[in-house]
Design a protein around this ligand. Sequence first.
Ligand SMILES: NCc1[nH]cc(CCC(=O)O)c1CC(=O)O
Length: 328
Amino acid sequence: MKIGTRKSAMALAQTEAIARLLRVADPTLDVEIVKFETRGDQDQTSKLLRHGGKGGAFVAEIREAMRGGELQAAMHSLKDVPGNEETPDLIIAATLPRDAANDALVLRPGLSLDVFRASSGKGFKIGTNAVRRAAYLRRLFPEATVIHFRGAADSRVAKLDRGDKQRLPDGGEVGPADALVMARSGLERIGMAPRIVHDFSVREMLPAVGQGIVAVECVEKDWVTRGRLAKIEDVQSRLCAEAEREVLWVLNGHCNSPIAGHATLAGNEMTLTAAVLDEAGDRFIEVSLQGAADRPRELGRAVGLDLLDKGAAEIIARTRPEEDSLLA
Ligand SMILES: NCc1[nH]cc(CCC(=O)O)c1CC(=O)O
C-alpha cells in the first residue's frame, strides 16, 4: 500500500503514524511512503491564495496520483482539506485519533512571556498566515502587530529564531517576527512542543475545523484499501470531523476563511462551537449548540445555519479569494 504525502517533517511524521497503525492492524501489509514536493512547498512567498488556497496547493497533485493508481492513499491534515469542494471519486476512509486541537504561542528565545502578557503584546510582531489566527490575535492582543509569516512548521520556527524577514508577494518584506502562533499538534509531531510558552485554550482561540486530525483519503471504489483503512478509523475523531466540516459546507467556507469550529464529545452528547471572525478583529459571531453524538451533520448544519442567520456570509465573502486566482 503506497501512501502519498508532502515531504515536510510534519507531514512525514503524520504519514508514519498512519503506517504504524496499518502495520499493527495487519502485520503482513507492506506499507510504503511516497514523498511529493508540491507547488505550495516550492513557493515560500505568496500568500497561498494564488494556488487556490492552502488546500488547493497541497492536495491537488497527490490526489491526481491516487486517481492514476500510482498511490492507494493520501495523507492529509484534515484542517487543510477544503470544505467547499466535492470530490465524488475520493473518500476520507480513515481519521486518526485527534491530537491536541489547540493553537500555541512560540516566542523567539530571549523574549519573555511575562513582558508579552503585561504589555498586551505591545511592541511584539506575531507571525501567522491564517486569517483565523490573525483575527483572534487582534482580539486577544490589540497592541501587537500581526504579520504574514509562512513556511513549513520546522522552517517557520527556524526563521523566527534566526530573525529572518518574511518576503511578501508584492515584493516587500515584513518582520522579523517575535512570536508565532501554531498548532500544538504540529509542533508535537516535529518534536518542537518544548518551544511552546503558552497554550491557547480552545475557548480563547477556537481552532480551525479539523485541526489536530490526520485524515487518510483513498479512491472511493478501491474497496481493498477502504477495508484496510476502516481498521484504523477512530470513531470519535470521525464524528467530530463530520460535525465541524458540515459547518464549513453550510457556510461555503474556502480554505482561507476566517472560520473556526470545534466539537467535543461527552457520552452520547456532542457540543459544537463555531465562529466566524473579521480579520480586522472587530466582528465576531460565535454559536455553540449541543446535539446527539451520532448525528454530527445535523448539529453541524444547525450551527452553520445559525451563523448565517447572524451575518456570517458577509464576513466570509470579504476574505474570499478572487475567482480568477483559483485558476492561476
Ligand atoms: N497548514 C499547516 C498545518 N496543517 C496542519 C497543521 C498541524 C495541525 C493539524 O494537524 O491540524 C499545520 C501547522 C499549523 O497550523 O501550525
